[in-house]
Design a protein around this ligand. Structure first.
Ligand code: HH2
Length: 269
């Protein structure tokens, strides 16, 4: 089994759903990214726009002002950085600074020219499923079959990216947990995640602290670590190969144990 990567979340935003405002100051965001790297993150996902349900859009200039110093500093430390953006201007500046991955929650729909930029730069690209947009996505999301619908969407977005010149080998797919999904949709995507692997691309997965955990357990947003670990370990067992989380250290420990159980060849003795 391929080992999974851990993607540590660095939100440079005033309004992210679980840590909004905590790391808006660039120095604090940089320190946080360094800490997540020490804890075992393989890649740091730097984002300057919240995508939580109901969040307001941010202009490219403001988004760039937030993320640029953070990307520069973390790349300067030799760390692997992903830029969580849907905007060409933001992605371009981050790639210029040395980011290695573009994580677009709109799967290259918001600004389709982003595909060409990724193709030209040869970076990795994460294509995520979302139904609707962050302002409206949680208003009664409906699917024929959530897994089939997400899979068909991702197949189409992979095709689009390739048609724009993106190297297929550089593409990740992500079911977009919480993005236009009710609790049952999210659980079904965990159970049947393996069906997405049939698209031939590795699966990235982001459920950290999300509201389905709160709805199932009653836990507040900063008290959802147990649910986050359960969700990510199941996702890993069902094929996820990159886990996007806020709490890297406990996730690293959980993943080490899960890998040892599921893939004895991975155990270092
Ligand atoms: N979830 C969030 C943001 N980016 N990217 C991928 N690939 N997959 C996800 O599930 C995903 C994502 C939302 O989480 P968070 O960053 O904690 O909150 P916010 O968008 O409010 O900053």
């Amino acid at each position: 089994m391929e080992p999974a990567r851990i993607m540590g979340i660095v939100n440079v935003t005033p309004d992210s759903f679980s840590d909004g405002g905590e790391f808006l100051d660039p120095d604090r965001a940089i320190a946080h990214g360094r800490e997540l790297a020490r804890e075992g993150a393989d890649v740091l996902d730097v984002g300057g726009e919240s995508t939580r349900p109901g969040a307001e859009a941010v202009g490219a200039e403001e988004e760039l002002r937030r993320v640029a110093p953070v990307v520069e500093a973390l790349v300067g430390d030799g760390l692997s950085v992903s830029i969580d953006t849907s905007k060409v201007a933001v992605a371009e500046a981050a790639l210029d600074a040395g980011a290695a991955m573009v994580n677009d929650v709109t799967a290259l729909r918001s600004e389709p020219d982003l595909a060409g930029l990724c193709a030209q730069r040869g970076c990795e690209v994460v294509l995520m499923h979302m139904l609707g947009d962050p302002r409206t996505m949680q208003e009664n999301p409906t699917y024929e079959d959530v897994v089939d619908d997400v899979k068909a969407f991702l197949a189409e977005r992979i095709e689009f990216a390739i048609s724009e010149g993106v190297d297929e080998e550089r593409i990740w797919i992500d079911p977009g947990i919480g993005f236009g999904k009710n609790v049952e949709h999210n659980l079904e995507l965990h159970r049947r995640l393996g069906e997405l692997a049939e698209l031939g691309r590795p699966i990235a997965f982001g459920s950290s602290r999300k509201s389905f955990i709160g709805k199932l357990t009653g836990a507040e947003v900063d008290q959802r670590l147990g649910g986050t670990i359960a969700s990510n370990v199941i996702a890993y067992a069902n094929g996820a190969r990159m886990l996007r989380v806020h709490d890297v250290e406990p996730m690293r420990q959980a993943l080490t144990v899960a890998e040892a159980i599921l893939d004895p060849a991975a155990v270092e003795t």
